[in-house]
Design a protein around this ligand. Sequence first.
Ligand SMILES: NC(=O)c1ccc[n+]([C@@H]2O[C@H](COP(=O)([O-])OP(=O)(O)OC[C@H]3O[C@@H](n4cnc5c(N)ncnc54)[C@H](OP(=O)(O)O)[C@@H]3O)[C@@H](O)[C@H]2O)c1
Length: 317
Amino acid sequence: MKAMLIYKYGSPDVFEWEEIHVPPIKDDELLVKAYGSSVNPVDCAIRRGDLYPYIRLDLPAVLGVDVSGIVEKVGKKVTRFRVGDRVYAFLGLQFNGAYAEFVAIPEAHAALIPSNLNIAQAGVVPCVGLTAYEAFTEYAPVKKGMQVLINGAGGGVGIFAIQIAKAMEAQVTAICSEAKAEVAKRMGADVVINYHKQNILKSDLRFDVILNCVRGSKIGQWKKLLKKDGRQIVIAANPQQMPFIKLSNLFSSTKSILLNVKADGNALNGLSALISERKVKPIISKTFELEALIRAHRLYEAESVAGKIAIAMNGNS
Ligand SMILES: NC(=O)c1ccc[n+]([C@@H]2O[C@H](COP(=O)([O-])OP(=O)(O)OC[C@H]3O[C@@H](n4cnc5c(N)ncnc54)[C@H](OP(=O)(O)O)[C@@H]3O)[C@@H](O)[C@H]2O)c1
């Protein structure tokens, strides 16, 4: 099969288009013929070597954490899927391997693709969709009428977060640049604030739940926007902020909580139900063939696109 490999960490130019063996599968895994994937910030961070202290890949390696495709083969212990099923998954940061024509997926990470989603669209959903879904169902369950604030609302996670919070009948305030305001409104945000024009930290607005998707945010200042007992879910903290975040929760009714998205097929089934009900959908700004992955990663790093960059393989663009 063909795959995009890296032999060293670095710029998008480190990707090499090569012929390699189809991955073997374990008893609890599926072999999937891949049709879709995406570019996530974490794919770029792993490629650059930024996460090297935490994620040490055996090089050469195939990157990519999102996959959608059709089951080609199942391991002996697989019970939930059959050959021919349309599946998608977030593979997890230690696993990777999605930038290839065939991908091994642990059964526990996979879910069936909702019938109203085409297979290429499905490849952009798992990582960002699960992050937003886990935030609002597990870390800070969102209920009808709650005030929810999303910082970084025009990004991959933010666009799912707006729709999921609206599906839960919350009032949603979205913070993004002017360029993303239209998509934030279209996704259902009740209020859209352009952070270049208005500093919400200086307002007296208060929220039950904040999803903070912007790296470098001053987490302590954002926490002051919470109502009593409110929760701020932080997905993009820098390592040096982590001890401070835990300390700031002591003696306080409001909490900041760090989220690390889990590869979880059950949670993905929950998200699939919202997609099937047409309450949530992915937004794709541009699709690249897997062979053009270098251009896809370059585009992500050069521009802040609204929605996801999709990767198509096996002739499915
Ligand atoms: N912890 C986890 O498990 C987890 C999971 C997924 C993602 N993440 C991290 O979460 C972050 C967001 O991920 P993503 O996939 O949504 O990334 P993304 O698609 O690149 O979106 C980031 C968004 O933030 C916006 N932004 C930048 N500066 C801003 C500011 N000062 N105020 C408000 N918005 C601002 C950008 O657009 P505009 O400036 O044009 O509005 C962009 O839309 C990344 O750092 C990613 O690594 C963590």
